[in-house]
Design a protein. Sequence first.
Length: 63
Amino acid sequence: MSFRRPHHNINDTRRYHQDGTGHYTVINEITNDTIKLADPSLGNIEMNIEEFAEIYSRYTLVI
């Protein structure tokens, strides 16, 4: 799986599954191996790309 950064500077909102439930998060930054998220239930978190790829639901909302 690959992630490409958008050509604009707006934050991307993605839906993912945590503990069997889905909710949206805001992607604040993506590097070669990590992703920084603003999660409504966990706050600001950082995880590796492989870990995120396992829970990402493939739904994206661009505002």
